[in-house]
Design a binder for this molecule. Sequence first.
Ligand SMILES: [Zn+2]
Length: 82
Amino acid sequence: MVRDFLKEKYECVVCGKVFYEGQGIRIKREGLQLDFHSSKCAALFFKRLIEESPSAECVSETAKKLIDEFKELREKRSKKHI
Ligand SMILES: [Zn+2]
């Protein structure tokens, strides 16, 4: 077992809770580092990110693409069960 103090520590950007490597959700893109200790904190953050972004254009395009992608996956999965 790896002792926790030897692991890298991260702080949840929403609630400040400290978590260790291998836990939580870490997202990195172009100088933006987002660390969430739980999916609940991530959901809260992304809800506000979408609602409060000055322009919904760039997110809505990606969101639509993802919705289609997940829908396709669901359809593939449901076909397998029949
Ligand atoms: Zn948190």
